[in-house]
Design a binder for this molecule. Structure first.
Ligand code: GUN
Ligand code: ZN
Length: 438
């Protein structure tokens, strides 16, 4: 087993910050080190202390003056939509029907799915993202391609074969029995293999019949520990159409509740237009509302009420995500930059500690994976991102006058992208500098 000592400035969160000056919310080491062995963080702390405890002759990597953080986590995106990004559409339903569904039909071809999977993991690593919750396409081949590539890279990934049996092109439809059999097969083949997690993934209520929702319910009953991911309350027309298709439900959230899909492992993409009743139902079940800022702005879906959801008497758990390809950037830095602006438009603030907490520990907690990822705690996976606030000439100029950690984080978030990511470690291995060498 090789042991590595990684030196640099360290930042990891202990809990959600209450304010910009809430320094107890995080641990910061201005000259810190991580001792990494067998893909896991063995020790974390001041360089002198960690070095003294390290084995003789340990390999040392010096990232000073850069900032080492837990790898970023993206809690909602679509792997078959890499070639959908930047498609010109007026709204969600037009975008799905005109660009997204036709594109996803191509994933029936194994060779295509395998090719895109390689690009997908390259982009995650390039942008410092080490865990994502991904939708594959309806085709089993797309899930196989995704998980095989994830296993090869040794990454902790959550993904699912999409279940959809109506309101889409023929080439993108399964049926209730197929979706049951294939989801079970994907679970049997991939769940727990390497660091792979399989999610039960009914796309959204519009593309599933009542019979298919029953199947999703059965799967959740059989595999209660698995994540569930779907979309909820993104767009006004989507909401109205859903209520027409499920007249027996009280509202959109109730559609999912009726099929037992709410719960602490359930991730609901968007949740922009929830009523109080729906937010209560989310809160009472511990369900997660996933904020996808670049996508919400790009598709004109609306402004996610982050503070209204988290500050209410019955708070809703939230996470943040890129929602590629409705989203416009793979970068979690850019994603939080847009989140900041969405809060500005609502007269609310998102301080830089909030942002970096959300993309690391906050998202790990939302995925119920904080015992493995999202911090620099000893015993957790050595998934890291190394950040340079002077990653571009314009950033370097601005960095000349930065004089606090808060300023540095805000600069990274506001002006940073993949060029601010110096290195990405996956289970202790430098992955960004190895891109192309796979
Ligand atoms: N709702 C159902 N499918 C999708 C999708 O692929 N992207 C977004 N943004 N919303 C959806
Ligand atoms: Zn989505």
């Amino acid at each position: 087993m090789t042991t590595t000592l990684i030196r640099g400035r360290l930042l990891s969160f202990n809990r959600a910050p209450q304010a910009i000056d809430d320094s107890a919310a995080y641990s910061y080491e201005s000259d810190g080190a991580l001792l990494i062995g067998d893909g896991v963080i063995e020790a974390s702390g001041p360089y002198g202390v960690v070095k003294a405890a390290a084995p003789e002759g340990v390999t040392e990597i010096d990232h000073r003056p850069h900032l080492i953080m837990p790898g970023f986590i993206d809690t909602h995106l679509h792997f078959p939509q890499m070639q959908v990004m930047a498609s010109y559409a007026a709204n969600l339903l037009e975008w799905l029907n005109t660009y997204t569904f036709p594109e996803e039909c191509r994933f029936v071809e194994t060779a295509h799915a395998e090719r895109i999977a390689v690009h997908f993991f390259d982009e995650m690593i390039r942008h410092g993202t080490t865990t994502a919750a991904a939708y594959c396409s309806v085709h089993r081949a797309s899930a196989d391609a995704f998980f095989a590539e994830s296993l090869k890279r040794g990454m902790r990934m959550i993904a699912g074969k999409v279940m959809m049996d109506r309101n889409a092109p023929q080439g993108l439809l399964d049926n209730p029995q197929m979706s049951y059999d294939e989801t079970r097969a994907v679970i049997a083949d991939w769940h727990g293999k390497g660091r792979n997690h399989v999610a039960i993934t009914p796309r959204f209520a519009i593309t599933s019949t009542q019979e298919q929702m029953e199947v999703a319910k059965s799967l959740v009953g059989e595999f209660p520990d698995l994540h569930v991911q779907t979309h909820l309350s993104e767009n006004r027309d989507e909401i109205a159409y859903t209520c027409e298709l499920y007249p027996e439900a009280k509202d959109y959230t109730d559609v999912y509740a009726r099929y037992g899909l709410l719960g602490p492992k359930s991730l609901f993409g968007h949740c922009i237009h929830l009523s109080d009743r729906e937010a209560d139902a989310m809160s009472e079940t511990g369900s997660v509302a996933v904020f996808c800022p670049t996508s919400n702005l790009f598709l004109g879906s609306g402004l996610f009420p982050l503070r209204a959801l988290t500050r209410r008497q019955k708070p809703v758990r939230v996470s943040v995500a890129s929602d590629i390809g409705g989203g416009t950037s793979y970068s979690m830095l850019k994603t939080l930059d847009e989140a900041y602006k969405i809060l500005q438009l609502q007269g609310e603030r998102l301080n830089p500690f909030d942002s970096f907490h959300l993309m690391t520990r906050g998202n790990a907690e939302a995925l119920s994976l904080v015992d493995r990822i999202g911090t620099l705690e000893p015993g957790t996976d050595a998934d890291l991102t190394v950040l340079d606030m002077a990653g571009t000439p314009a950033m370097a100029l601005r960095a000349e006058v930065v004089n606090s950690l808060a300023d540095e984080l805000f600069l990274l978030q506001t002006m940073g992208d993949d060029r601010a990511i110096v290195e990405t470690y996956v289970a202790g291995r430098p992955a960004k500098s190895s891109l192309g060498a796979n």
